[in-house]
Design a protein. Sequence first.
Length: 454
Amino acid sequence: MKEFTEEYLDRMRDIAAARNEEEARKELEEMHPADIAELYQSLDLKEAEFLYDLLDEDTRAEVLMELDEDDRRKLLADMPAMEIAKQVIDHLDSDEAVDLIQELDEEDREEILSHIDDMEQAGDILDLLKYDEDTAGGLMGTEMIVVNENWSMPECIKQMRMQAEEIDEIYYVYVVDDEERLKGILPLKTVITHPSVQKIKSVMEDDPVAVKADTPIDEVALDFEKYDLVVMPVVDSIGRLVGRITVDDVMDKVRESSERDYQLASGLSSDVDADDSIWAQTKARIPWLLIGVASGILASVILGGFESQLQAVSALALFIPLIGGTGGNVGVQSSAIIVQGLANGSLDVKEFGKQVWKEFRIGLLNASVISLVTFVYNIFFIPDDFAVTMSVTLSLFFVTMFATLLGTAIPLTFEKFKINPALATGPFIQITNDIIGILIYVYVSSWLLGMFAA
């Protein structure tokens, strides 16, 4: 791993500006593709393009896939379709090639695919493009060694050698039957220790952990974690082997998903980075900010209808921030726990009623403690106005209960209807709790003040 000091970056900029190919190649030869990608992100486009053109084709392809999507698009924008096909796609595994092509416009995809000479590779890419990118099929690659269960070990080794010439990394040897259905795996240790076995099926490991092609990525990630896997075979609906997924592919997807969820929970309507343009970041931020402004206006309208009570009992106004803040905090806590449970598989949407009942009891305890603390505070510091004390105490109790149940029910409902539940941990839940909390406070206070006045 290489560290890029400001002095080093200035030196690389000078090399690029002087078009010193010899010096640039010398520096790049010593770097890992991931480090080269990091270097590119610190340079402007012209400097990066100069260095990129000096790389051999295999390294170019690796560097390109290490770049973030925006930087990759910039480099690809100046490359002809034929160059992308022959100098990039030809040097990528099928899953990486699909990831790259999915980022392009439909017209560009077709043109690039038309320039791929290897019809088998082009066919594999087209097959993979049919899968949703957030499923196992959209993430898998087709590069793997496959042998038939009825082959002898010598025949198996011969076929493995032939297939291995086209594969960069070998994790397992997969065993299939005559209908291409996955039957087992053949560890390399078994190949070495059983050199003359008559049939592979007698020494293979039966029933390997596999995943169907239409399985969502979240479930695939949980299986990798559960079984401590580095690679997993992918099968179709009738059990035929169609590909394999590696743990690094899953981790990349999980990271991307986590970043999206974090931004969604923070009130960003689209995926943005710190180095995105001012306009792009503004577009991502402004929708929920405007919704927040609208909810604030609505809250002020609600309080306007309560103006006479606020004027008569000014102490009520002091607790408005407490009511809104408590409801928002409680709701976010509840929804965060539910979203986390849905993400790590410890909670199933089928347990809707059970989880709501559990959160109801938790909310009851929290509401009792919060209300009691507020009651004691008011008794000591506002001893002459028992109506205000009871209004705030009861309002906090009901607001806490409502926020707990809302924070539980909303993400579970979102998950049931295939909406990202992370939305329920952000401004959505806070804004809803603010408005409902004010309504509860207004009506409870009006009722109690009227009762005490009578």
